[in-house]
Ligand binder design. Sequence first.
Ligand code: ATP
Length: 601
Amino acid sequence: MKDFEAKTSPKKKMDTESWFIECYRNNQGHPLRTLMHLYKGNYHKFVMAVICFFAKHACVWVLPIITANIINDVTAHNPDTFRNILFYSILEAGLILLNIPMNYLYTSYKSLATRYAETGLRKALIRKLQQLSISYHVETQSGRLQSKIMRDVEAVEGLSTQLFLSILNIALNIGVALVVTISKSRIVFIFFLLTTPVAAITMVTFRNIMKKRNTEFRKEMEETSARVMEMVELVPVTRAHALEDEEVSKMSGQLFAVAEKGYKLDLIQALFGSVGWAVFQIFQVICLAFTGYLAIGGKIQAGDITLYQSYFATVVNQVSSIVTLLPTIAKGIESVNSIGEVLLSEDIENNEGKEKLEQVTGTFDFEDVCFHYKNNEHNVLNHLNLHVKAGETIALVGESGAGKSTILNLVIGFHQAESGKVLIDGKDLSKIDLRTYRKHLAVVPQTSILFSGTIRDNITYGCENVSEEQLQNVIKAANLSDLIASLPKGLDTMVGEHGGKLSGGQRQRISIARALIRDPKVIVLDEATSALDSISEKLIQQALNNLTEGRTTFIVAHRLSTIRDADRIAVIADGHCTEYGTYDELMALKGEFYQLKQIQS
Ligand SMILES: Nc1ncnc2c1ncn2[C@@H]1O[C@H](COP(=O)(O)OP(=O)(O)OP(=O)(O)O)[C@@H](O)[C@H]1O
């Protein structure tokens, strides 16, 4: 791994990610220039790849010349024919054997250069995704980002290979054929120039018609596969409603539609495939007739007929390949731009040069805070004022959409106040390096986010050097001891994708353990709304009590028991705090909280 990085590194002063972002910034709007820049420091690998390509391909270019020379020698009764045949055979055999190491070296140089750019781009994208603001992630579909990292980068790699190597390969093939031809016969060269474009365009036209039909067929197949997936997922519903026959007849219609498209595709391929082949062969025959005629007239030697036949086929095939490559090139250019959209996005969390927090006590002040989301003019928070003492648990209550989660996001630093200030220990959160502040913060989200791995991995996520004793204490405090003891592999049990092998309550307790192990000063807790049975609720409540003890805790509370235990309750309505006090104080007030409580009861 290190070895690969060393071989492929651009050896720039900055790190790979910044280097790629610079490439994009300096060449904004010029995809091809950007592409060239991405390979800076690796050009010599492409040069070496070209040299190796030349050497590996030499046997193919030389064979027609050798064949022509041998025929010429035989027909001219040259006394040295035997010696020449021996020499040519050894030469060609040597060139053929040279193909093996040269192909290896060619692939190695090409791959080192292109794979480096591919990996570097992916790494730059991944780092950028980690820097982009939470609003950016909320607004951008994760599928689109994934596609940029995987498919767009692959398309860029495809573009590089096509531009640097396939085009070069084609140019070399055509170049060698034309140079040899012009050096031997001008008239054949002119014949090539006149006939090649016609032959290539005719072949490509037929190929494109077939490709269009192929795409239509592929789309129909994709549609069928999506419908089959949907049908399989729906089986329980279908069975429950006795709709099996309807489903079978619906699917059978789709299957026959695919069969019909497939049949038409076969016919079109049979027709246009043979027409394309015939056009190519007819041009070959024309070339044969033309060069044969020249040979009769003594303008070229008889053996050269085979040479021109072979080169003519090469030139026509290579010219038509250029046209075939165009869509891949267009797709690659589009992907260079698509990656740029992410790499150049300015919507990032900026922590550079800001004050680093070493210690956190946990006092919070919201001073006249206003906030609205980018895509929504309406102020979600409207002159919010709130004071939270260190170590206090504050429950945020209010109607759905009142802005409770938004307050939590401001505490985490995901969003910044538009006007007013959010202060931590008297310091403005917008002037603090949030990465240092978050080392003292733990978040337990409403839906516990677990990743596929063991329970141990999920609890110790991001924490190094956790002792077994610490881990056991946390497990106990999070009420996980019984669960872990009941599992054959204990802490090393795999939780499945997104923790799918565990219940909602168990996932939440693992989230609490993950928060506990960080020993944070501030806790942000968006309580799960899902109905839990009373045993689960009790287990979680105990775990929460252990978690919040002695730490400043913001809870969006849904359970009555949590509200009861909180030090203070803040009622949020119209974007600000309308009531604030202990449970008993607010109940006695008989205001909004009292009303909410009555509705819930
Ligand atoms: N990313 C977003 N973009 C635009 N508007 C948003 C966004 N997130 C939330 N809102 C809006 O902001 C308002 C407050 O939302 P918030 O999630 O803070 O409410 P809440 O009190 O936590 O609600 P709930 O109890 O239902 O979770 C709502 O009107 C919501 O539609």
